[in-house]
Write a protein that binds this ligand. Structure first.
Ligand SMILES: [Zn+2]
Length: 58
């Protein structure tokens, strides 16, 4: 088995979760590593609206 250990290296799971943006009603992946986030912890905001409205919460 040459490839032992490869599974632990690649085990980083990125689970996409589709949400509908509270502002523009477009579906987006909230788990993507961009500016999308839950505003006030409950309103899904896509990256475009985050940028447009300055909602970035870093
Ligand atoms: Zn949006």
């Amino acid at each position: 088995m040459k490839n032992k250990g490869i599974n632990t290296k690649n085990s980083k799971k990125v689970v996409s979760k589709l949400e509908t943006c509270y502002l523009c009603n477009q579906e987006f992946d909230i788990n993507k590593d961009d500016g999308s986030h839950y505003h006030y912890g409950k309103y899904p905001i896509c990256v475009k609206c985050s940028e447009a409205y300055g909602f970035f919460n870093k």
